[in-house]
Design a protein around this ligand. Structure first.
Ligand SMILES: *Cc1c(COP(=O)(O)O)cnc(C)c1O
Length: 347
Protein backbone atom coordinates (compact mmCIF):
# COMPACT_ATOMS: atom_id res chain seq x y z
CA UNK A 1 0.00 0.00 0.00
CA UNK A 2 1.30 3.44 -0.95
CA UNK A 3 0.02 5.56 1.90
CA UNK A 4 -0.45 9.25 1.11
CA UNK A 5 -3.14 9.74 3.73
CA UNK A 6 -0.95 11.89 5.95
CA UNK A 7 2.67 12.38 6.91
CA UNK A 8 1.85 10.99 10.37
CA UNK A 9 1.88 7.49 8.87
CA UNK A 10 5.67 7.48 8.54
CA UNK A 11 7.75 5.37 10.91
CA UNK A 12 10.76 6.20 13.07
CA UNK A 13 14.10 5.85 11.26
CA UNK A 14 16.63 3.19 12.29
CA UNK A 15 18.66 5.90 14.01
CA UNK A 16 15.56 6.87 16.03
CA UNK A 17 14.97 3.26 17.09
CA UNK A 18 18.58 2.95 18.28
CA UNK A 19 18.43 6.28 20.07
CA UNK A 20 15.29 5.11 21.89
CA UNK A 21 16.92 1.82 22.82
CA UNK A 22 20.03 3.52 24.13
CA UNK A 23 18.27 6.36 25.96
CA UNK A 24 19.26 6.66 29.57
CA UNK A 25 16.12 7.76 31.39
CA UNK A 26 15.99 10.46 34.05
CA UNK A 27 13.34 11.66 36.47
CA UNK A 28 11.07 13.77 34.29
CA UNK A 29 9.22 15.64 37.06
CA UNK A 30 12.46 17.21 38.29
CA UNK A 31 13.37 18.05 34.69
CA UNK A 32 16.31 15.69 35.08
CA UNK A 33 16.07 13.73 31.89
CA UNK A 34 19.05 14.46 29.73
CA UNK A 35 17.35 13.72 26.40
CA UNK A 36 14.26 15.77 27.23
CA UNK A 37 16.45 18.70 28.18
CA UNK A 38 18.57 18.37 25.09
CA UNK A 39 15.49 18.15 22.84
CA UNK A 40 14.00 21.24 24.47
CA UNK A 41 17.24 23.20 24.09
CA UNK A 42 17.70 22.13 20.50
CA UNK A 43 14.07 23.00 19.66
CA UNK A 44 14.39 26.43 21.25
CA UNK A 45 17.59 27.01 19.29
CA UNK A 46 15.94 26.01 16.01
CA UNK A 47 13.04 28.37 16.72
CA UNK A 48 15.21 31.21 17.96
CA UNK A 49 13.46 31.21 21.35
CA UNK A 50 14.79 31.03 24.91
CA UNK A 51 13.24 27.75 25.97
CA UNK A 52 11.23 24.74 24.86
CA UNK A 53 8.77 22.31 26.43
CA UNK A 54 8.32 18.75 25.19
CA UNK A 55 4.67 17.61 25.26
CA UNK A 56 2.77 14.63 23.88
CA UNK A 57 0.84 16.12 20.96
CA UNK A 58 0.58 19.23 18.84
CA UNK A 59 -2.91 19.87 20.18
CA UNK A 60 -1.62 19.69 23.74
CA UNK A 61 1.06 22.22 22.83
CA UNK A 62 -1.44 24.75 21.50
CA UNK A 63 -3.85 24.20 24.39
CA UNK A 64 -1.10 24.81 26.92
CA UNK A 65 -0.05 27.89 24.95
CA UNK A 66 -3.59 29.27 25.26
CA UNK A 67 -3.69 28.38 28.98
CA UNK A 68 -0.45 30.27 29.44
CA UNK A 69 -1.35 33.44 27.55
CA UNK A 70 -5.12 33.93 27.88
CA UNK A 71 -7.37 34.96 30.70
CA UNK A 72 -10.89 33.68 31.12
CA UNK A 73 -13.35 35.74 29.06
CA UNK A 74 -10.70 37.33 26.88
CA UNK A 75 -10.52 36.98 23.16
CA UNK A 76 -8.37 34.70 21.01
CA UNK A 77 -8.28 35.53 17.30
CA UNK A 78 -8.25 32.56 14.95
CA UNK A 79 -8.56 32.02 11.23
CA UNK A 80 -11.82 30.21 10.38
CA UNK A 81 -10.19 27.03 9.07
CA UNK A 82 -7.47 26.82 11.70
CA UNK A 83 -6.70 23.39 13.12
CA UNK A 84 -7.38 24.75 16.62
CA UNK A 85 -10.90 25.69 15.45
CA UNK A 86 -11.99 22.34 14.06
CA UNK A 87 -9.97 19.72 15.89
CA UNK A 88 -9.84 20.48 19.58
CA UNK A 89 -13.44 20.31 20.80
CA UNK A 90 -13.14 23.99 21.77
CA UNK A 91 -10.61 23.11 24.44
CA UNK A 92 -9.64 26.77 24.65
CA UNK A 93 -13.21 27.60 25.75
CA UNK A 94 -13.71 24.51 27.91
CA UNK A 95 -10.38 24.60 29.70
CA UNK A 96 -9.43 28.27 29.66
CA UNK A 97 -12.78 30.06 29.20
CA UNK A 98 -11.25 32.09 26.38
CA UNK A 99 -13.51 33.35 23.61
CA UNK A 100 -12.64 32.32 20.05
CA UNK A 101 -13.02 35.21 17.63
CA UNK A 102 -13.07 33.62 14.18
CA UNK A 103 -11.98 35.61 11.13
CA UNK A 104 -12.04 34.56 7.48
CA UNK A 105 -8.64 34.17 5.84
CA UNK A 106 -7.27 33.75 2.33
CA UNK A 107 -5.65 30.36 1.83
CA UNK A 108 -5.42 30.32 5.62
CA UNK A 109 -3.74 33.70 5.89
CA UNK A 110 -5.24 36.52 7.98
CA UNK A 111 -4.88 40.11 6.91
CA UNK A 112 -3.43 42.54 9.45
CA UNK A 113 -6.39 44.87 8.80
CA UNK A 114 -8.92 42.18 9.73
CA UNK A 115 -6.97 41.34 12.88
CA UNK A 116 -6.73 44.98 13.86
CA UNK A 117 -10.41 45.66 13.39
CA UNK A 118 -11.32 42.57 15.44
CA UNK A 119 -9.04 43.77 18.24
CA UNK A 120 -10.27 47.36 18.13
CA UNK A 121 -13.95 46.78 17.50
CA UNK A 122 -16.01 48.55 20.12
CA UNK A 123 -19.70 49.19 20.58
CA UNK A 124 -21.05 51.76 23.02
CA UNK A 125 -17.53 51.95 24.49
CA UNK A 126 -17.49 48.20 25.17
CA UNK A 127 -14.45 46.41 23.84
CA UNK A 128 -13.23 42.91 24.66
CA UNK A 129 -9.56 42.36 25.44
CA UNK A 130 -7.61 40.29 22.97
CA UNK A 131 -4.89 38.18 24.56
CA UNK A 132 -3.78 36.05 21.66
CA UNK A 133 -3.69 35.91 17.87
CA UNK A 134 -3.12 32.46 16.36
CA UNK A 135 -1.43 31.83 13.03
CA UNK A 136 -1.07 28.46 11.34
CA UNK A 137 1.92 27.81 9.11
CA UNK A 138 1.79 25.70 7.06
CA UNK A 139 -1.97 25.87 6.97
CA UNK A 140 -3.39 22.37 7.17
CA UNK A 141 -6.93 22.83 5.85
CA UNK A 142 -5.86 25.14 3.02
CA UNK A 143 -3.58 22.34 1.80
CA UNK A 144 -0.19 23.05 3.32
CA UNK A 145 -0.12 26.67 2.21
CA UNK A 146 2.51 29.03 3.54
CA UNK A 147 2.35 32.37 5.31
CA UNK A 148 5.31 34.44 4.13
CA UNK A 149 7.59 36.16 6.61
CA UNK A 150 6.08 39.54 5.61
CA UNK A 151 2.52 38.28 6.20
CA UNK A 152 3.58 36.85 9.56
CA UNK A 153 5.36 40.01 10.64
CA UNK A 154 2.46 42.24 9.64
CA UNK A 155 0.04 40.36 11.90
CA UNK A 156 2.61 40.20 14.72
CA UNK A 157 3.09 43.97 14.53
CA UNK A 158 -0.65 44.61 14.86
CA UNK A 159 -1.07 42.13 17.71
CA UNK A 160 1.88 43.49 19.66
CA UNK A 161 0.83 47.09 19.18
CA UNK A 162 -2.42 46.17 20.92
CA UNK A 163 -0.83 44.13 23.70
CA UNK A 164 -1.76 40.69 22.36
CA UNK A 165 0.65 37.81 21.96
CA UNK A 166 1.06 35.70 18.84
CA UNK A 167 0.99 31.91 18.77
CA UNK A 168 2.31 30.22 15.68
CA UNK A 169 0.68 26.79 15.37
CA UNK A 170 3.58 25.41 13.40
CA UNK A 171 2.86 21.68 13.33
CA UNK A 172 4.59 21.81 9.93
CA UNK A 173 6.57 25.03 10.38
CA UNK A 174 9.76 23.48 8.98
CA UNK A 175 7.92 22.77 5.75
CA UNK A 176 7.01 26.44 5.58
CA UNK A 177 10.53 27.62 6.35
CA UNK A 178 12.02 25.35 3.69
CA UNK A 179 9.48 26.45 1.09
CA UNK A 180 10.45 30.06 1.80
CA UNK A 181 14.18 29.39 1.94
CA UNK A 182 14.37 30.74 5.50
CA UNK A 183 15.26 29.23 8.84
CA UNK A 184 12.29 28.48 11.10
CA UNK A 185 13.81 30.91 13.61
CA UNK A 186 13.80 33.67 11.04
CA UNK A 187 10.26 32.95 9.95
CA UNK A 188 8.99 32.90 13.56
CA UNK A 189 11.19 35.67 14.91
CA UNK A 190 8.27 37.94 15.78
CA UNK A 191 5.91 35.24 17.05
CA UNK A 192 5.90 34.91 20.83
CA UNK A 193 5.24 31.17 20.96
CA UNK A 194 5.79 28.51 18.36
CA UNK A 195 4.58 24.92 18.53
CA UNK A 196 5.75 22.22 16.15
CA UNK A 197 5.24 18.51 15.66
CA UNK A 198 7.94 15.88 15.67
CA UNK A 199 5.51 13.28 14.33
CA UNK A 200 4.64 14.62 10.90
CA UNK A 201 7.31 15.21 8.26
CA UNK A 202 10.02 14.73 10.86
CA UNK A 203 8.98 11.11 11.33
CA UNK A 204 9.53 10.79 15.08
CA UNK A 205 7.32 8.37 17.05
CA UNK A 206 5.68 10.98 19.30
CA UNK A 207 5.65 14.49 20.59
CA UNK A 208 5.50 18.18 19.91
CA UNK A 209 7.46 21.10 21.32
CA UNK A 210 6.30 24.49 22.56
CA UNK A 211 8.95 27.22 22.30
CA UNK A 212 9.01 30.75 23.67
CA UNK A 213 10.41 33.06 26.34
CA UNK A 214 11.77 31.20 29.40
CA UNK A 215 9.29 32.70 31.88
CA UNK A 216 6.41 31.75 29.65
CA UNK A 217 7.68 28.20 29.18
CA UNK A 218 8.02 27.79 32.95
CA UNK A 219 4.43 28.91 33.33
CA UNK A 220 3.42 26.52 30.53
CA UNK A 221 5.02 23.64 32.45
CA UNK A 222 2.85 24.48 35.46
CA UNK A 223 -0.24 24.46 33.22
CA UNK A 224 0.80 21.12 31.82
CA UNK A 225 0.32 19.93 35.40
CA UNK A 226 -3.24 21.27 35.38
CA UNK A 227 -4.15 18.91 32.57
CA UNK A 228 -2.25 15.99 34.09
CA UNK A 229 0.47 15.90 31.48
CA UNK A 230 3.64 17.11 33.20
CA UNK A 231 4.62 13.71 34.58
CA UNK A 232 5.46 12.38 31.15
CA UNK A 233 7.34 9.31 32.40
CA UNK A 234 9.97 7.80 30.12
CA UNK A 235 9.67 10.85 27.89
CA UNK A 236 13.42 10.58 27.43
CA UNK A 237 12.99 7.65 25.11
CA UNK A 238 10.74 9.65 22.81
CA UNK A 239 12.85 12.76 23.22
CA UNK A 240 15.92 10.78 22.09
CA UNK A 241 14.09 10.00 18.85
CA UNK A 242 12.95 13.62 18.63
CA UNK A 243 16.57 14.81 18.77
CA UNK A 244 17.43 12.55 15.83
CA UNK A 245 14.37 13.95 14.01
CA UNK A 246 15.54 17.54 14.47
CA UNK A 247 19.11 16.72 13.56
CA UNK A 248 18.49 14.58 10.51
CA UNK A 249 15.00 15.03 9.13
CA UNK A 250 14.51 18.76 8.58
CA UNK A 251 16.53 19.36 5.43
CA UNK A 252 15.13 16.38 3.60
CA UNK A 253 11.60 17.88 3.69
CA UNK A 254 12.58 19.75 0.53
CA UNK A 255 12.55 16.44 -1.29
CA UNK A 256 8.91 15.74 -0.29
CA UNK A 257 7.94 19.19 -1.50
CA UNK A 258 9.57 18.77 -4.90
CA UNK A 259 7.88 15.42 -5.27
CA UNK A 260 4.48 16.83 -4.24
CA UNK A 261 4.78 19.58 -6.85
CA UNK A 262 5.72 17.15 -9.60
CA UNK A 263 2.81 14.91 -8.59
CA UNK A 264 0.40 17.87 -8.54
CA UNK A 265 1.47 18.86 -12.04
CA UNK A 266 0.89 15.35 -13.41
CA UNK A 267 -2.45 15.10 -11.64
CA UNK A 268 -3.58 18.46 -13.02
CA UNK A 269 -3.08 17.15 -16.55
CA UNK A 270 -5.73 14.45 -16.06
CA UNK A 271 -9.27 15.01 -17.20
CA UNK A 272 -11.83 14.98 -14.37
CA UNK A 273 -9.59 16.28 -11.61
CA UNK A 274 -8.72 19.85 -10.71
CA UNK A 275 -5.59 20.84 -8.83
CA UNK A 276 -4.83 24.47 -8.10
CA UNK A 277 -1.09 24.35 -8.71
CA UNK A 278 -0.60 27.80 -7.21
CA UNK A 279 -1.69 26.57 -3.82
CA UNK A 280 0.70 23.61 -3.75
CA UNK A 281 3.35 25.19 -1.55
CA UNK A 282 4.69 22.26 0.45
CA UNK A 283 4.08 18.52 0.83
CA UNK A 284 0.26 18.49 0.53
CA UNK A 285 -1.75 18.24 -2.68
CA UNK A 286 -5.50 18.82 -2.70
CA UNK A 287 -7.38 17.36 -5.64
CA UNK A 288 -10.91 18.38 -6.51
CA UNK A 289 -12.50 15.26 -7.99
CA UNK A 290 -16.09 16.52 -8.08
CA UNK A 291 -16.10 16.64 -11.91
CA UNK A 292 -15.41 12.89 -11.93
CA UNK A 293 -18.95 12.19 -10.74
CA UNK A 294 -17.61 10.07 -7.87
CA UNK A 295 -18.03 11.13 -4.26
CA UNK A 296 -14.67 11.36 -2.44
CA UNK A 297 -15.32 8.32 -0.22
CA UNK A 298 -16.08 6.17 -3.27
CA UNK A 299 -13.10 7.61 -5.11
CA UNK A 300 -10.83 6.65 -2.22
CA UNK A 301 -12.22 3.11 -2.17
CA UNK A 302 -11.42 2.80 -5.87
CA UNK A 303 -7.89 4.09 -5.22
CA UNK A 304 -7.49 1.70 -2.31
CA UNK A 305 -8.29 -1.21 -4.63
CA UNK A 306 -5.35 -0.01 -6.70
CA UNK A 307 -2.97 0.10 -3.75
CA UNK A 308 -3.15 3.85 -3.06
CA UNK A 309 -4.42 5.40 0.13
CA UNK A 310 -5.32 9.10 0.31
CA UNK A 311 -7.49 11.21 2.61
CA UNK A 312 -11.02 12.51 2.21
CA UNK A 313 -11.33 16.21 2.89
CA UNK A 314 -14.81 17.04 1.66
CA UNK A 315 -17.26 15.16 -0.57
CA UNK A 316 -15.44 16.52 -3.63
CA UNK A 317 -11.92 16.97 -2.36
CA UNK A 318 -9.20 14.46 -1.58
CA UNK A 319 -5.77 15.10 -0.13
CA UNK A 320 -2.39 13.52 -0.85
CA UNK A 321 0.42 14.11 1.63
CA UNK A 322 4.07 13.40 0.84
CA UNK A 323 6.55 12.06 3.38
CA UNK A 324 9.79 10.15 3.57
CA UNK A 325 8.35 6.74 2.59
CA UNK A 326 7.05 7.99 -0.75
CA UNK A 327 9.39 7.66 -3.73
CA UNK A 328 9.12 9.14 -7.22
CA UNK A 329 7.87 5.84 -8.53
CA UNK A 330 5.22 5.70 -5.77
CA UNK A 331 4.07 9.14 -6.86
CA UNK A 332 3.89 7.93 -10.47
CA UNK A 333 1.86 4.90 -9.36
CA UNK A 334 -0.53 7.21 -7.54
CA UNK A 335 -1.03 9.32 -10.68
CA UNK A 336 -1.62 6.18 -12.72
CA UNK A 337 -4.16 4.92 -10.18
CA UNK A 338 -6.09 8.22 -10.25
CA UNK A 339 -6.04 8.14 -14.06
CA UNK A 340 -7.34 4.58 -13.99
CA UNK A 341 -10.21 5.42 -11.63
CA UNK A 342 -11.16 8.40 -13.78
CA UNK A 343 -11.06 6.27 -16.93
CA UNK A 344 -13.26 3.62 -15.32
CA UNK A 345 -15.88 6.16 -14.21
CA UNK A 346 -15.96 7.62 -17.73
CA UNK A 347 -16.50 4.22 -19.38
C1 LIG B 1 -1.47 18.04 12.96
C2 LIG B 1 -1.69 19.42 13.41
C3 LIG B 1 -1.90 19.70 14.76
C4 LIG B 1 -2.11 18.63 15.79
O1 LIG B 1 -1.04 17.84 16.11
P1 LIG B 1 -1.35 16.50 16.92
O2 LIG B 1 0.00 16.02 17.30
O3 LIG B 1 -2.07 15.60 15.95
O4 LIG B 1 -2.20 16.84 18.08
C5 LIG B 1 -2.05 21.02 15.14
N1 LIG B 1 -1.99 22.00 14.23
C6 LIG B 1 -1.78 21.77 12.94
C7 LIG B 1 -1.68 22.92 11.99
C8 LIG B 1 -1.64 20.47 12.47
O5 LIG B 1 -1.45 20.26 11.17
Amino acid sequence: MINLQSDIVNLPTDAMWSAMQDAELGWVIDREDRNVRRLEELSAEKMGKEAGLFVLTGRMATLVAVMTTCRRGNQVILEENAHIVWSQEWGLAYVVGAFPRILPGRAGVLSPEAVESAICESRFKHRPTTDLVCLENTHNMAGGTVWTKAQTDAVCEVAHRHGARVLLDGARVFHAAIALGLSAADLASNCDIVTFNLTKGLSAPAGAVLCGPRSLIEEAYRHLGHIGAHAFHKAGMLAAAGIVALETMVDRLAEDQTRAKRFAKSLSELEGVFVNLESVHTNIVMADISASGLEAGRFLEALEERGIRAHKYTTGMIRFTFHRHITDSDADSAVAAVADVLRETRD
